[in-house]
Design a protein around this ligand. Structure first.
Ligand code: NAP
Length: 947
């Protein structure tokens, strides 16, 4: 990235998890300098670029956008960088610009100042909204307005969509503010820039941002520019000075290194070339564990407060808060109305109206002004009075609580009533009673603290944290409510951990070679799925509609340009098949009724290899299922036999493109031709449905010349699984019809309660976000991408097939053309061995089903490996070596293992010496019997769990 002869130190970069910005260098240069002198800034930025900075931080407030832009242009001219693209530029939206309609114009103004087409990152400077006007500090308190989080963020998103900001983010946002953004964001913030250094470490915020994929950037990494007039707590820190001395570094470098080690990006300001250089020399050495421990114990102090944006005079006429999270009754004490004061006259105490006051508290919560309500300094007897009248019980009782006042009874009572206890004065308070601090001065605590190398205060914090750890809580001891609703709530961490742990026992989906269902998608798509997870896609028809049209055209539906295809998104192929079957049944009935013929004995013709959902369709919708039997060497429906089975009551013939058993494509073209002749001869109109659940997303890409779809005139509908080779996670299928006439109008319902007329023809109404995932795959992969994926799958299948054949033990029965899977039997058709191999492979994590074939071929036990997108060559090779290991073990076992069985044929002769003696026994035949390892009960019927 560095250009012509500039030996800049390599600054590591981090990819942002949102937006399209280039990776962000881990140290950036700050340009907040007051008063701002244009030339100083420009020269400092040029010097910074020269020594290796590729990340510049400015803001409309700093008025440094112009000199930053000029310096970058100059750097390009001088060849310090080859183009503006080499530099990561951040600017910020000031509070007076935080109005939805001012966001875009403000960014355009910043770009004008910078003389750039885009900024790499655009941040909301503060979660503070001010009356519109030029950016400045300080501001009048009365000028603060409520912040329109949703409106402002929507406008920020628009900036990114227009390409004017490659990524968007925030600054000075707490977790609460972030929550508000995340609740409405379609593009989550990429960065939160906050005050952060060893003296203000922001542990909670960092953990929150990590969990949400938001990168944290540290401003004032060296303690700032004496912003609060109390000096510099970082550069003057004795702890940091000691570490710096021991490491032979400066305090600034220790601070910046520590920040870097926390995974945070520093924005450091220096206008001095030497110091600029020094601040980048932090990547080739490390702090020790001991250094880190010392830094973690530095007393914390925040420098920049939101109040510093305002003049001390005046009032906030608007607190910018529409609610408090928790509203407490401070004491169970009622005083004569009057200004708040302390202490009060004893005569001013009045009886406390528990019922009346609590009713009013409940009203506060109902109105949304308090998210929760509670009490403080309430003893159990006070709580009882409240609980006796409450319709909303108190959420919290905040009381004095610490090791010298442990409140055991109250805690037990609150635990039983579901009231959370909050401890005030956890460190013993501020000498409230004038007798010193019995907590911090406790010899017992001091002794424990000394032994643990902690302060008394930390010891208390740690104790609290320890009880918050799920594994140290009662939840790991108590039995789970499995079949009844638990009486009480449990914490969200515990609920998560318990279920998470149970799920650990599930096998790894990617090693499950039984399933056709997608087990991997790109992280971007995972992100989209999460973004849409709270939406019901039944309410929208835009994306399903786009997908249906794409699929119908992929299957060569006879559509003119711009004509809308007929089809629906379904939960999976079962629903799709039920719908297609219903449409055929209804069309057939309508025709029969019109001709005055009986219409009560519909049948459907399929191969015996169809998925179980066809059996379900037949049973649920009272259609006779006529199956063409399979035979040795032919594991799919024979079209000649199928057409012979067709009669006047046949609603359709269902052909399979990609048999579940062997992956083979049935010959739909021959079926079409034979059926067309029969239809012509008989005057019937028997149509074809193609169950392309597996093959529908394979054939168009690998075998475009193969005619199986709407190019064949009798093919009236096709179903395909989005969640198989459509490359989407479980839960999406599709069915498309050739024409409108093929889907009888009376099956379509029209609903308008969602706002507009919406035709619906589904068994299941609500739909998940997989629809969006399907659209993502279409958009992302295009024809080229799908073809490449399918080619890779076929290649992995080839490697597998050849590897299995090389063992000399198997006969591969799947064809090379079809769905990328390998179905094989043991040579000699040893059924028990097939099941043993399947069971033994589980030891390595592989799930490979062994199953018996349908009617006529029940004696065959087949093993099947489905090759999905995420099963590449390396996995195929590992799998083959595991198969070989199991085969060797089975051989060893057969040699020395089971006791050989012998079969004796005997003849009983008459007693040798007359009655009363035993009969004579003569062995007439002695033969050894093949060892049977284990008797296995073979499930009959269709391939129940394997599709
Ligand atoms: P900072 O980077 O922590 O500290 C800068 C001060 O330290 C300057 O006075 C600088 O003076 C000095 N310095 C730099 N390197 C040094 C070294 N190696 N040894 C000794 N002293 C050194 O403070 P900051 O300016 O507050 O924060 C950095 C940047 O973050 C700002 O410039 C701005 O871009 C951004 N920021 C953002 C926000 C926000 O609300 N988002 C708030 C504050 C700051 P010299 O210039 O003389 O070297």
């Amino acid at each position: 990235m560095d250009s012509k002869g500039v030996a800049a130190p390599a600054v590591p970069e981090v990819a942002l998890q949102s937006g399209n910005a280039r990776p962000m260098p881990a140290v950036g240069m700050g340009t907040a300098a007051f008063p701002m002198v244009h030339e100083n800034t420009k020269n400092a930025v040029l010097a910074a670029i020269e020594v290796g900075y590729r990340h510049l931080d400015t803001a409309s407030l700093y008025r440094t956008e112009k000199p930053v832009g000029e310096a970058v242009a100059e750097a390009v001219r001088r060849g310090l960088v080859q183009s503006r693209e080499e530099v990561f530029v951040t600017s910020k939206l000031w509070g007076s610009q935080c109005h939805p309609d001012l966001v875009l114009p403000s960014l355009r103004e910043s770009l004008q100042n910078l003389q750039m087409d885009y900024v790499d990152l655009y941040l909301v400077h503060w979660p503070v909204c001010l009356k519109p006007g030029p950016p400045k500090v300080p501001n009048k308190r009365e000028d603060a307005l409520p912040f329109n989080f949703e409106g402002v963020w929507r406008a920020m998103e628009e900036c990114q969509r227009l390409g004017l900001a490659k990524a968007i983010g925030v600054s000075n946002f707490t977790t609460k503010h972030l929550e508000k953004i995340l609740a409405v964001a379609t593009i989550p913030p990429a960065v939160n820039q906050v005050e952060l250094n060893p003296v203000w470490q922001q542990r909670t915020l960092r953990a929150y941002c990590d969990a949400k994929g938001i990168r944290v950037a540290a401003y004032s990494p060296l303690g700032g520019q004496n912003w609060d007039g109390t000096g510099n707590a970082v550069l003057e820190s004795p702890v940091l000075a000691e570490i710096a001395k021991a490491r032979g570094k400066t305090v600034a470098q220790v601070s910046l290194r520590w920040i870097y080690e926390q995974g945070v990006t520093s924005i450091v300001k220096s206008y001095n070339k030497e110091r600029l250089k020094q601040n980048l020399e932090i990547f080739d050495w490390e702090l020790t564990e001991e250094d880190r421990l010392k830094i973690s114990q530095i007393t914390q102090k925040k420098i920049i407060q939101v109040e510093s944006l305002f003049t001390p005079e005046g009032e906030f006429t608007n607190l910018q808060m529409e609610y408090v999270d928790l509203y407490l009754i401070h004491w169970p004490v009622c005083l004569k109305p009057g200004p708040l004061g302390f202490p009060n006259k004893r005569e001013d105490a009045l009886p406390f109206d528990f019922e009346g006051v609590w009713r009013a508290m409940e009203e506060c919560q109902r109105l949304g002004l308090a998210r929760a309500i509670g009490v403080s300094n309430f003893a159990t007897k006070h709580l009882k009075k409240v609980l006796a009248v409450a319709t909303i019980p108190p959420a919290v009782d905040q009381v004095e609580l610490n090791p010298v006042w442990q409140q055991r009874t109250l805690r037990d009572y609150c635990a039983a009533k579901g009231i959370r206890v909050a401890a005030y004065s956890p460190l013993g308070g501020q000498n409230w009673d004038g007798q010193g601090n019995s907590v911090l001065e406790s010899p017992v605590l001091a002794e424990i603290a000394k032994a643990r190398g902690k302060t008394v205060a930390q010891e208390l914090d740690d104790a609290a944290a320890a009880s918050a750890v799920v594994f140290a809580s009662r939840y790991v001891q108590e039995p789970l409510p499995r079949y009844e609703l638990g009486r009480k709530s449990i914490s969200k961490d515990a609920a998560y951990q318990i279920i998470h742990d149970e799920l650990l026992l599930d096998s790894s989906p990617r090693l499950n070679l039984a399933s056709f269902v997608t087990t991997w998608m790109e992280p971007e798509c995972d992100k989209l799925i999460l973004e849409g997870i709270n939406k019901n896609y039944a309410d929208m028809d835009e994306y399903p509609n786009r997908c249906v049209n794409i699929i119908a055209r992929l299957f060569n539906a006879p559509l003119s340009a711009g004509e809308t295809a007929v089809g629906v998104g379904t939960v999976g192929s079962s629903e799709a098949i039920m719908l297609a079957g219903l449409a055929f049944k209804r069309r057939w009935q309508n025709r029969r009724k019109a001709a005055g013929k009986p219409h009560d004995k519909p049948n459907i013709v399929t191969g015996a290899n169809v998925q179980v959902c066809w059996e379900k369709f037949a049973r649920y919708f009272e259609v006779e299922l006529k199956e063409v039997k399979l035979r040795e060497g032919c594991y799919v429906m024979d079209p000649d036999e199928a057409v012979q089975m067709v009669d006047e009551n046949t609603i359709c013939v269902a052909a399979i493109l990609g048999s579940t058993l062997t992956g083979e494509f049935e010959d739909v073209k021959r079926l079409n031709n034979l059926l067309a002749i029969k239809n012509m001869r008989t005057g019937w109109d028997t149509p074809i449905h193609v169950d392309a659940a597996s093959g529908g997303f394979i054939a168009p890409f690998l075998y475009p010349e193969l005619e199986w779809d709407f190019r064949l005139p009798l093919v009236k509908s096709i179903n395909v699984s989005g969640h198989k080779y459509g490359l989407v996670y479980a839960g999406v299928g599709w069915v498309v019809w050739r024409n409108k006439e093929d889907l009888p109008e009376e099956l379509i319902f029209h609903i308008n309660y969602l706002g507009a007329d919406q035709p619906t023809f589904t068994l299941n109404f609500s739909k998940g976000t997989q629809i969006i995932a399907q659209y993502y795959q279409f958009l992302r992969l295009g024809f080229e991408g799908y073809r490449n994926v399918m080619e890779n799958c076929m290649e992995s299948a080839r490697i597998l097939r050849e590897g299995l054949e090389r063992t000399g033990r198997f006969t591969v029965i799947s064809k090379e053309r079809g769905v990328p899977l390998v179905a094989f039997t043991f040579k000699g058709r040893d059924t028990a061995l097939a099941f043993r191999l399947s069971a033994a492979l589980r030891r390595f994590g592989w799930i490979v089903p062994a199953y018996t074939m349908p009617a006529n071929l029940e004696h065959m036990a087949v093993l099947r490996v489905v090759v999905r997108e995420d099963f590449g060559r390396t996995m195929a090779e590992r799998f083959l070596s595991n198969v070989q290991m199991v085969l060797d073990e089975l051989d060893d076992e057969a040699k020395g293992g089971p006791v050989p069985r012998m079969r004796f044929t005997i003849e009983l002769g008459p007693p040798a010496r007359g009655a009363g003696e035993e009969a004579s026994v003569k062995v007439v035949k002695r033969e050894s019997v093949v060892a049977v390892h284990r008797s296995v009960s073979l499930a009959g019927g269709k391939t129940k769990g394997v599709c």
